[in-house]
Each structure stands twice: as structure tokens, then as C-alpha cells.
Design a protein around this ligand. Structure first.
Ligand SMILES: Cc1cc2nc3c(=O)[nH]c(=O)nc-3n(C[C@H](O)[C@H](O)[C@H](O)COP(=O)(O)OP(=O)(O)OC[C@H]3O[C@@H](n4cnc5c(N)ncnc54)[C@H](O)[C@@H]3O)c2cc1C
Length: 391
């Protein structure tokens, strides 16, 4: 661990996690250099849905972290930093089959026991609350106090508020160790070596190569759709609509059946623009360069099934991003084993928009010797024997 708070830090990766870490470092007057092989929010952060949400989280450390993540968004919105970029709304998890009803019952109990305000809606109460929903909806759980944020807008807010200019097109190729391999002496980049008191690896999928985590981190592709503006329909949805099946695709609750092929789970988010964001797939292969007609048509069919009014709304575009998944399903946040000035924050899979700011804040607290807002023990990089940098 560092003997005193660092005066200078190099952060590798300007997705939401790196940008948040840089912001909270700069807030303490620490000199920050933020490097990216490409540009801010060029990877998962720029291709995400943006649910700032506890609704789909597994009970345990992720649910606890998400609660703190949502609370921090609220605070930063009230403070002005995220004002207008964080839309407060509920999430409605909707069941259309008996199996989904059973999953929802178990999940709403888990949410309630974690302190989340949930409400179970059936029949008339449900159609009154959300008139655009299909009559096939048998029940819904309204998860209160949630929100939505577009990842690249949040990165922009964090960087402009802290005055940090990202070193674009600067790829980190390795870390050069000193003191018998216990300390990072320099960060080796495509533009030469850089030095700082401490280094944070927040490189998403790029973290695997830098930290020898090839067997621990895997890439998980997701495809998303954006529609044209449809203000009347948008206004009749009081929050995001999430299919009960989404919980199964995300593994939040166990199903008695095999999960749907390619983990297709539906979320329909009414955006402030009047458009709808519809997602998404969870695929263990494929690149962010492509979307495919099979996924797109199945997402559209599922969306129209839950919200029939969407059949008259045109699709504007489809796009894909690649999440960074960890073998045990928990992110990796903390000190790199064996390195007194090396830290990592990666592996946020489908939760990094929600968790990015709170994870960045907590990592900075850890680096500066303060008690982190998040309990980081469950996310300790030391749980993976391979995590580290070869001297
Ligand atoms: C389809 C989809 C839907 C999603 N929906 C949601 C959602 O609804 N809610 C939610 O909370 N999360 C969601 N996520 C997850 C969220 O987007 C990610 O967890 C989050 O963006 C991860 O942020 P990051 O900063 O760790 O990684 P990234 O955004 O991937 O950023 C890593 C950065 O590091 C850079 N980099 C990599 N290697 C190097 C290197 N060697 N040198 C320098 N720079 C490097 C990259 O260029 C990149 O800019 C979704 C993701 C996808 C793909």
C-alpha cells in the first residue's frame, strides 16, 4: 500500500471507470494523466444501455454496491455535475409467463430485503400505471428510485468538470517494475515512458493483457437498438420496462429451464429525447463492429410483444459493445497483488455505468488511506492468483 497519498497518478483507460477515478483524484488536487489507446468512452462505455439500477442485480455484494452507485448518481445530479444527464425513473420488471412470475416473486423479495423500495402490480393497477404495456403482462415489480444515464455523457461531464484532457491514441504496452518487482517505475506507452507516484489500470477488456488476466476476464458482446422519437408513447411509459427473462439472461435468478439462446433479455428504456433504447444480447463471442439480423429481429419482436405501440415506431440504428466479464461474476477493484503503487478497476460486465463512479471514488479513497464508500474486500484482485505484472 502507498505510505502516503500520491501526488501524481497515471490512469490507463478513459471509459467511465477511468474517467471517474481521474475525476475523484483531481478533486483532491492530485495531478492526473489519463491515457487511452483510442478516445474517451470509445469502448463499452460508449456502447452501453445506461441503466443506473439495482433492479437486475444479484443479491450480495453487487446489489449492495449498486445501491451505493445509484445513490451517488443522485448526489452528483443534485450537486450539478450530472444534472440533466441522470434521468430518475423506476424500473418495471414484467412477467408474462408463470415461470417469470416465480422468478419475480423471488427477486422482489431479495430486493426488498436489501432495502430497495419495490411494489408488486397486477391487473388494473398495472395497466393504470403503465397503459402502454401489453395485456399479456401478468405482473410487474416496480423498483423505485432508479435512473438512466448515457455513459459517454457522464464521461464528458467528469472530464470537463475536472479539466482533464485525455492523452488519446496512447496505448499502454506494459509496466516497467523496479524495487525487485514491487513497484511500478514507469508506464511503457506507444509514445514513450511515463512516470507517476501510482498507476491505475482501468482499461476494460485491455486490462486482461496488462495484468495477465486472460483466463479470468472474458469479453461479452451486447447488441442494442435505438428508435426514432415517439413522444406520446414515450410519455406513457413511466419507467424502463425489463422482461422477467432479462433476470435469467443475467443470471440474477436461477431458472428451471435452459436460458434463452445467446442470452437475449429485453430492456426498453424511454429516453429523455423521446426515443427508445432497446437491448440487449449477452454473447460470449463476436466483435463490436457487427450487429446481426437474427438478434435485431428477435429484440424487436420481444419489444413489440411487451409494448405493442412500438410496432408503429421506426428503428433508427443498431449497435454493439463488448463488456468485460470476470470468471466469478464480480468486478476487480483494489491494489494489484505485490505492487505497492499499482491499482486496478475492471471487470464491471453489464454494470459499469451504474458502478463506475462509485468504484472510481472508492478506489481513490483506498489509495489515499481513507475508508472506501464501497466495501472492496469482495472485489479484491488478490482473489485471482494470476493477477499481477511479470517483472
Ligand atoms: C451492450 C451493453 C449494454 C450495457 N448496459 C449497461 C447498463 O444498462 N448499465 C450499466 O451499468 N452498464 C451497462 N453496460 C456495461 C458498461 O458499459 C461497462 O461495464 C462499462 O462501460 C465499463 O467501463 P470501463 O471504463 O471499465 O471500460 P471501457 O468503457 O471498455 O473503457 C476502457 C478504456 O480503456 C482503453 N484501453 C484499453 N486497453 C488500453 C491500453 N492498453 N492502453 C490505453 N488504453 C486502453 C479503451 O480504449 C477504453 O476506452 C453495458 C455494456 C454493453 C456493451
Amino acid at each position: 500500500m502507498l505510505s502516503r497519498p500520491p501526488s501524481s497518478v497515471i490512469v490507463v483507460g478513459s471509459g467511465i471507470v477511468g474517467a471517474a477515478t481521474a475525476y475523484f483524484l483531481a478533486e483532491r488536487g492530485i495531478d492526473v494523466r489519463l491515457l487511452d489507446t483510442s478516445a474517451p468512452a470509445a469502448e463499452a462505455t460508449g456502447a452501453a444501455d445506461g441503466a443506473v439500477s439495482v433492479a437486475s442485480k444479484r443479491p450480495g455484494p453487487i446489489m449492495t454496491a449498486a445501491l451505493k452507485g445509484v445513490a451517488l448518481y443522485g448526489k452528483l445530479a443534485d450537486k450539478g455535475l450530472f444534472a440533466g444527464a441522470f434521468k430518475r425513473r423506476s424500473t418495471f420488471i414484467v412477467a408474462i409467463s408463470e415461470e417469470e412470475c416465480a422468478v419475480l416473486d423471488a427477486h422482489s423479495a431479495a430486493l426488498a430485503s436489501a432495502g430497495v423500495k419495490v411494489e408488486i402490480l397486477h391487473g388494473v393497477a398495472l395497466s393504470r400505471k403503465s397503459p402502454a404495456l401489453s395485456p399479456r403482462a401478468r405482473m410487474a415489480v416496480e423498483v423505485h428510485g432508479e435512473g438512466h444515464a448515457i455513459g459517454y455523457q457522464i464521461v464528458h461531464r467528469l472530464l470537463s468538470a475536472s479539466g482533464i484532457v485525455v492523452d488519446r491514441n496512447t496505448s499502454v504496452e506494459g509496466l516497467s517494475l523496479v524495487n525487485g518487482g514491487k513497484r511500478i517505475g514507469a508506464v511503457v506507452t506507444s509514445r514513450g515512458e511515463l512516470r507517476a507516484d501510482a498507476v491505475v489500470i482501468a482499461a476494460g477488456n485491455g486490462s486482461a493483457r496488462l495484468l495477465g488476466l486472460g483466463d479470468v476476464l472474458t469479453q461479452r458482446k451486447g447488441q442494442l437498438l435505438v428508435t426514432e422519437r415517439a413522444p406520446a408513447l414515450n410519455g406513457s411509459l413511466p419507467g424502463a420496462i425489463m422482461s422477467g427473462r432479462y433476470l435469467l439472461s443475467k443470471g440474477s435468478q436461477k431458472s428451471t429451464h435452459t436460458p434463452p439462446p445467446r442470452g437475449l433479455g429485453l430492456v426498453i428504456d424511454p429516453l429523455v429525447t423521446g426515443q427508445f433504447l432497446i437491448g440487449g444480447t449477452r454473447e460470449d463471442s463476436g466483435s463490436r463492429e457487427t450487429t446481426d439480423i437474427d438478434a435485431v429481429s428477435r429484440m424487436l419482436a420481444d419489444a413489440v410483444d411487451l409494448v405493442p405501440g412500438l410496432s408503429g415506431v421506426r428503428l433508427l440504428r443498431s449497435f454493439a459493445g463488448v463488456r468485460t466479464a470476470v470468471a466469478d461474476g464480480l468486478p476487480i477493484v483494489g491494489q494489484i497483488p505485490g505492487l505497492e503503487n499499482g491499482f486496478v478497476a475492471t471487470g464491471f460486465e453489464g454494470d459499469g455505468i451504474c458502478l463506475g463512479p462509485i468504484a472510481g471514488k472508492s478506489l481513490v479513497q483506498l489509495m489515499c488511506g481513507d475508508e472506501p464508500d464501497l466495501r472492496l474486500s469482495s472485489f479484491d484482485p488478490g482473489r485471482f492468483a494470476d493477477c499481477g505484472v511479470a517483472a
